[in-house]
Design a protein around this ligand. Structure first.
Ligand SMILES: Cc1cc2nc3c(=O)[nH]c(=O)nc-3n(C[C@H](O)[C@H](O)[C@H](O)COP(=O)(O)OP(=O)(O)OC[C@H]3O[C@@H](n4cnc5c(N)ncnc54)[C@H](O)[C@@H]3O)c2cc1C
Length: 346
């Protein structure tokens, strides 16, 4: 049987474009389909990543796509516990998300073959059906993000709702990243991230177990902590899968990547690194004509990394802000060797 492409990738977010990068590098024929009108819009992410990990998995670190660098961070509870960490070099980056996605689409490996304004309605075997055409490929890479029409609907304790405002605020002199844990953000936290000059990113994420609107929850938090008060310039909201990573990442000719396999670090709700790593690995599996290559990478490296974060997240949040506070106190008094045991390898 002949196909239009070696692979069709559905979704041009981080995971889909990472798959495209691997496919392009391997000289495979592919197309990435996305319903959005423009790469990097709407903004889907604060864009904060660990510098060590992005270097390890080959994500871009180009200065032109970086909004700010993290050298100092603080983890707090809204009940007054705190631990801060400062470093003599950057340990994290906050991408300018739109520039970052555009960089992946045109600069990282050259221009990727992306068709925008193309919503996929269904997938059946080797066929992908869009609003106006039917395409075929030997392999399908599903990179459609959380709660897509092509994925599984998640229960309320399997994802966080997330809402962020970019506010006019001067750069802080103490930290470029603050996470506040609170019983009004169960399973998640409030955040304050350094952005480009003159703005900061203030947001919240939590399991939507109660019908509270994130915008209202963030407004109430702002009243309690006026240091994050500033004129909002723009906002964004989406969902973040926050559960255990899945067991199986492919079925027949179809591979699933990014948020679709819960490749999100549960402790920080960061999914960009997992999205890039899974997308690239799935693209490499197509290059080797064997989806099992991706499953092996998942089983041996990606899933164990995600599981460490998942298990720690469950322990830390077991008893709401009380248990988070206990871990903060522990982290402050623990000897280094013990810290490695409790928090090691993250
Ligand atoms: C408010 C917020 C803040 C966040 N902050 C961070 C952070 O600081 N650091 C971090 O690491 N992670 C963060 N995350 C998580 C991170 O953004 C996601 O985990 C990551 O973007 C997932 O990438 P993905 O490629 O799997 O999905 P997405 O980036 O969601 O891409 C999926 C793409 O598929 C397309 N699509 C969906 N369905 C269809 C269809 N039927 N047809 C065609 N196209 C379709 C969509 O248009 C979209 O472009 C944040 C998330 C949110 C919501």
């Amino acid at each position: 049987m002949t196909f239009d492409y070696d692979a069709i990738v559905i979704g041009a977010g981080t995971s889909g474009m990472a798959a495209g990068i691997a496919l392009k590098k391997a000289d495979k024929s592919y197309v990435i389909l996305d319903r959005k009108k423009e790469i990097g819009v709407p903004v889907r992410s604060t864009g904060a990543v660990s510098l060590e990990w992005v270097k390890r998995i080959g994500m871009p670190t180009d200065d032109s796509i970086v909004a700010s660098k993290i050298r100092s961070m603080s983890f707090r509870t809204d009940t007054g516990k705190e631990i801060s960490m400062s470093f003599d070099r950057p340990v994290g980056l906050v991408y300018d998300f739109t520039k970052y996605e555009k960089f992946l689409s045109t600069d990282y490996a050259g221009k990727l073959n992306i068709k925008l304004n193309t919503a996929v309605n269904s997938v059946s075997g080797n066929k992908v059906i869009t609003d106006n055409e039917e395409l075929t490929a030997k392999y399908i890479i599903m990179a459609a993000g959380p709660q897509s029409n092509l994925g599984r609907k998640m229960a309320k304790d399997e994802y966080l709702v997330a809402y962020e405002e970019t506010r006019e605020l001067p750069a802080r002199s103490d930290h470029q990243m603050i996470l506040w844990f609170s019983d009004s953000s169960p399973g998640g936290y409030f955040w304050d991230f350094a952005d480009s000059k003159g703005t900061r990113k203030i947001g919240v994420c939590y399991y939507p177990l109660q019908p509270n609107q994130p915008r209202k929850v963030l407004a109430e938090f702002t009243e309690r902590f006026p240091e994050v008060k500033g004129t909002p310039l723009h906002s964004m909201a989406h969902q973040i899968p926050l559960g255990a990573p899945v067991e199986s990442v492919y079925s027949g000719n179809t591979m699933y990547v990014g948020d679709m396999v819960n490749a999100v670090l549960n402790t920080t709700a960061g999914g960009l690194q997992g999205a890039f790593w899974t997308g690239f690995s799935a693209g490499m599996a197509v290059a080797q004509d064997n989806p099992e290559v991706y499953q092996k990478k998942w089983d041996s490296e990606i899933k164990p990394w995600l599981m460490r974060h998942h298990n720690l997240h469950r322990k830390i949040h077991r008893d709401g802000v009380r248990s988070v506070g206990k871990y903060i106190t522990l982290a402050k008094i623990m000897p280094k060797s013990m810290k490695k045991k409790v928090f090691g390898g993250l």
